[in-house]
Write a protein of this length. Structure first.
Length: 637
């Protein structure tokens, strides 16, 4: 075939001068088939020039034209063959010669060899020319044929699912992943450490206890100073609207949202309703509901739901493990957008959130590769646990993370309301499929590669975990993931130091090592309540009275700082009733100590086990009301 002529016809841009009736080759094919009027076609052609969307996709989504009819029109426009790879399956030997992730991403499928020529199916004929050189090097003479996106993806999945899922599980380079974590070795090291500690305590109890208390005090002091610095930045900036004017890119980009679900019967319908409130052109919004193959509960629920045309399910086949990051990696290849977002099952994003994301990315250079939104809860007042959880999140997302950004430290990401530049995300290998806190790990990897994460003033509301044991299980998974992430990045501390620089390296030590130390060694600090009640302490006589007074002042100031920070954060979040529960955080965080011990045990026994959090238990009984007060602007506006 004369490829240049075919591709030129497929890529013709319409002449939109007043009074002109010229249309693209695809437009003329649609007109001949009676699928669109000339006036409406001109509108869609003009619209496609200002948006990062194919004319074919804009027509399909705007006019609800069946994909097969549209593909046949594209085939006519390109003078190419239309093929349904489901009815006439491809030759598996051809598929084995090519990278299936690339095929899925670009809508390509080596189909059959006919007369010495390999027929390549595509659902994006206007982009075929950019892959022609590589395809010709692999297959020799090639010709283009047209198929629908769904049929090509389905045929590719049937032929190469094993390769696709293997790639999803191993995208991140092995030296940056935890997949080679040796549970047996970790168990042996942990056991040896415990035996050593017990022996130390038996042989020299005072010295051992003093060392543990000393380290706990050091990490408490440094953590309190970090929180004080974040609070300083929070108070320093007056509450004001960003000075940066909203920016709009030359062409509005397509945004793909990945929403992993697993056993979510109670929340699927609510999720669809909330996603429908997003204010962004539907032909530029690509929502992928990511489902596990054996999750019949959620799959049957969605099958009974009338999904909008811009929402589609992506079913992840079974593999060696079952985790959220593995599912995200698999779905990434099927996403269409140049910007990738992640939501959780129970999320209710601000309707203007995508526009905020697009504007911020347009203002920043490529080094700002990730944007993190603010998380809040719509069931804050369910019970005491949900109130404390709300206070904790308010401090983290409204004071601590913006403070870390102002301080120039690496940000451990939250698991939702994240938005990435797709090319950077793929450059880094996506998510570590084996890490149960893939978000925090990705935040550190972004920093190691020289990229930055910024906070954006947009809120996503979700459901607070308000039952004690599920809360402990969720927190143990987070702390286990923190420990794994810290262990992975500290395999080569010198290289980590070189990648991050001294300041960010110190931040990683404090955020990961310090946080874990605080929770694990908390009982050592609690022991000083004995002194408060006039009881003998193990270190009585060893610590001078002046030091005891200093420790008492440190503990008191730390508690005041925690309470003050929580109250200010809750007030800024528009939750004045919740802020008065801040003093009870003193009896809330001991639950995290229990969770840390559970997490450390699983670290040595089941490091990749994903202890799933149940959603939809406390589904809001009334519509979510959006607070118009935005989060405090960050350092960059």
């Amino acid at each position: 075939m004369a490829y240049s002529r075919h591709l030129k016809l497929g890529m013709d841009r319409p002449d939109l001068t007043p009074g002109s009736q010229r249309h693209s080759a695809l437009g003329l094919a649609l007109l001949r088939r009676g699928l669109v009027s000339s006036r409406r076609l001109s509108q869609l052609e003009a619209q496609s020039l200002s948006r990062e969307v194919r004319l074919a996709d804009s027509v399909r989504l705007s006019l609800s034209i069946p994909p097969e009819a549209l593909a046949e029109a594209e085939a006519e426009a390109c003078d190419a063959l239309f093929v349904d790879p489901i009815k006439t399956p491809p030759d598996g030997r051809l598929i084995s010669a090519i990278d299936p992730e690339t095929c899925v991403k670009y809508g390509l499928l080596p189909w059959r060899r006919m007369g010495g020529t390999t027929v390549i199916l595509t659902c994006r004929p206007e982009q075929f020319v950019r892959h022609q050189k590589v395809l010709s090097a692999l297959f020799g003479p090639i010709s283009m044929a047209i198929g629908t996106e769904k049929a090509i993806a389905t045929a590719m999945k049937r032929s190469a699912d094993r390769k696709l899922i293997h790639s999803a599980e191993t995208r991140v380079p092995v030296q940056e992943s935890c997949r080679n974590w040796n549970s047996r070795a970790a168990f042996n090291v942990g056991l040896a450490t415990m035996i050593g500690c017990f022996a130390w305590i038996i042989l020299s109890p005072v010295t051992a206890f003093a060392a543990l208390v000393g380290w706990a005090v050091v990490t408490l002091t440094l953590s309190s100073l970090l929180k004080l610095a974040a609070l300083f930045f929070f108070l320093k900036r007056p509450q004001q609207i960003s000075q940066n004017r909203p920016a709009t890119p030359a062409r509005l980009p397509t945004v793909s949202i990945l929403v992993p679900l697993f056993k979510e019967r109670a929340i699927a319908s609510h999720l669809i309703q909330r996603l429908e409130k997003i204010d962004y052109p539907r032909d530029l919004l690509d929502v992928n509901i990511v489902l596990e193959h054996d999750d019949l509960t959620t799959r049957n629920t969605l099958a009974a739901t009338d999904l909008p045309h811009w929402i589609r399910p992506v079913v992840v086949p079974p593999g060696m493990l079952k985790t959220k990051p593995r599912a995200l990696n698999y779905a990434l290849d099927f996403a269409r957008g140049s910007i990738i977002g992640v939501y959780d099952a129970e999320d209710a994003p601000d309707p203007q959130q995508i526009k905020t994301v697009i504007s911020r990315f347009a203002q920043r250079d490529r080094k700002v590769a990730c944007l993190q939104g603010v998380l809040d809860f719509y069931n804050s007042n369910t019970n005491w646990l949900s109130r404390c959880f709300t206070l904790e999140y308010a401090v983290w997302f409204r004071i601590m993370l913006p403070g870390l950004e102002r301080l120039g430290l690496a940000l451990p990401l939250g698991g939702t309301t994240l938005f990435f530049r797709r090319d950077v995300l793929e450059e880094l290998g996506g998510w570590d499929a084996h890490n149960v806190t893939e978000d925090a790990d990705l935040g550190i990897r972004l920093a190691r590669y020289g990229y930055r994460t910024e906070m954006i003033p947009t809120i996503t509301q979700e459901e607070a975990n308000c039952r004690a044991w599920p809360w402990v299980k969720q927190r143990s998974r987070w702390l286990k993931g923190y420990a794994i992430t810290y262990g992975v990045h500290m395999r080569n501390p010198i290289q980590l130091w070189r990648d991050l620089g001294t300041w960010k390296f110190f931040g990683v030590q404090l955020l990961f090592g310090g946080t874990l130390s605080q929770f694990v060694l908390a009982p050592a600090l609690w022991s000083f309540w004995l002194v408060f009640f006039g009881l003998p302490h193990p270190l009585t006589g060893m610590i001078p009275n002046g030091w005891l007074v200093s420790l008492g002042i440190l503990f008191f100031c730390s508690e005041v700082l925690n309470i003050t920070t929580a109250m200010l954060a809750a007030s800024h979040a528009g939750k004045p009733k919740v802020m008065f529960w801040a003093p009870t955080l003193h009896v809330y965080f001991p639950l995290a100590t229990l969770a840390s011990y559970k997490g450390l045990w699983e670290l040595a026994t089941r490091p990749f086990y994903w202890d799933k959090t149940a959603h939809g238990v406390e589904m809001a009984k009334k519509p979510i009301r959006w607070l118009r007060r935005p989060p405090r602007p960050d350092a960059n506006g």
